[in-house]
Design a protein around this ligand. Structure first.
Ligand code: PLP
Length: 382
């Protein structure tokens, strides 16, 4: 059976070109990047090149990039690292209710340690309440952490505006850009971003590799003790092959940005239009305009999303109910709840996320299956 994969927000397949650049670092240039002999120097060269590629993609200096093991680690390092280093300046952090759990749970941990966290509300489309953001700022506020784009509903937050507010008030600004890399152009200078998290497996590099941008001069505490790798901020022998893969993948995705973005938008808009035209009692979640090019999050009234997922799986279609991280949870997603969806509608929600290997033919097949399965499930429940 042909597999049609529409869950690219959960993870992506590694690109052939990425894998090809990684392989020598397992078998030939496998040295420790700290070693002075040739095999180590080659590894170090790979590491340096990847750092430059990442920096070029977001317009920063390569010295401002720290490699980590994933997006979650980058978020932890940014939020806790900045909080611990700035304790003497204040104990207040502002974030939103729809962040990924890597951010939310980092904040929860900090609350237990005496920090105060404001979780901003969002409107029905998932846009952060800017008035609440402004009124929450106080003399103790040391960090604002707002995601660039939401993983479930695809809403792109007003990052430029938030960056300006943070800068004006002399508060550090972190953004979880795990879903935005490759899908949105990001210039950390123009957007006044001080810290930014990313994760390779969302843009065709392998799982288990991430990066954190930290603007020069910003102090943050390391979370892991050990060696002096990553400028003494992230101990552990560097995962060179995967770092090389992340570097290649980020370079490629921005080289193809216009074509990639247009392709995703075309498939997404076709899917949304067809579903809206042909299936009654549905609701598109997330901002219709400011949304990730590949995201279509739709609630189908009266349809159990888990049952829909199983039926789609039987014909080889991979999709998600809410975010991958919360699939299987009994509780409805915190994102869908925060935009005001009642519990029943939240559990009737399917996220389709398009990627570079999806075709129009596959999307038409998906639409046909959705029309049939939604109708069948609704009829069964009558
Ligand atoms: N932040 C967002 C917005 C995400 O979507 C994800 C993963 O889905 C993460 C953070 C965590 O990234 P990782 O899986 O690399 O730990």
């Amino acid at each position: 059976m042909k597999i049609r994969y529409f869950d690219n927000a959960a993870t992506t397949a590694v690109r052939e070109e990425v894998l090809k650049e990684m392989i020598p670092y397992f078998k030939i240039n496998y040295g420790n990047a700290s070693a002075i002999y040739s095999v180590g120097r080659e590894a170090k060269r790979g590491l340096d090149k990847a750092r430059i590629r990442v920096a070029n993609a977001i317009n920063c200096n390569s010295h401002e990039i720290y490699f980590t093991s994933c997006g979650s680690e980058s978020d932890n390092l940014a939020i806790k690292g900045v909080a611990y280093a700035n304790r003497n300046k204040g104990n207040h952090i502002i974030t939103s209710k729809i962040e990924h759990h890597a951010v939310l749970n980092s904040c929860k941990t900090l609350e237990k340690q005496g920090f105060r966290v404001t979780y901003l509300n969002v409107d029905e489309n998932g846009n952060v309440d800017m008035n609440e953001l402004i009124s929450s700022i106080c003399k103790d506020t040391i960090l604002i952490s707002i995601m660039f784009a939401n993983n479930e509903i695809g809403t792109i937050e007003p990052i430029e505006q938030i960056g300006k507010i943070a800068r004006k008030n002399n508060i550090l600004f972190h953004t979880d850009s795990v879903q935005a890399i490759g899908n949105v152009r990001i210039d950390v200078q123009k957007l006044n971003i001080d810290l930014l998290s990313m994760s390779g497996h969302k843009f065709y590099a392998p799982k288990g590799i991430g990066a954190l941008y930290v603007r020069k001069g910003i102090d943050f505490e390391k979370l892991q003790d050990g060696g002096h790798q990553e400028k003494n901020k992230r101990a552990g022998t560097e995962n060179i092959a995967e770092i090389v893969g992340l570097g290649k993948a980020i370079e490629m995705i921005y080289q193809e940005y216009d074509i990639y973005n247009q392709k995703l938008k075309t498939l997404r808009d076709y899917y949304i239009d067809e579903i809206e035209k042909t299936i009654p009692n549905i609701k598109l979640n997330g901002d219709r305009i400011n949304r990730l090019p590949g995201n279509a999050n739709i609630s189908f009234k009266g349809v159990d999303a888990q049952e829909l997922l199983l039926q789609l799986d039987e014909v080889g279609i991979c999709a998600a109910a809410g975010s991958a991280c919360s699939t299987g949870d009994a509780e409805p997603s915190h994102v869908l709840t925060s935009i005001g969806l009642p519990k029943e509608l939240a559990s009737s929600t399917l996220r389709i996320s398009f990627g570079k290997d999806n075709t129009m033919e596959d999307t038409k097949f998906l639409v046909n299956c959705m029309q049939k399965f939604v109708k069948d499930i609704r009829e069964k429940q009558k």
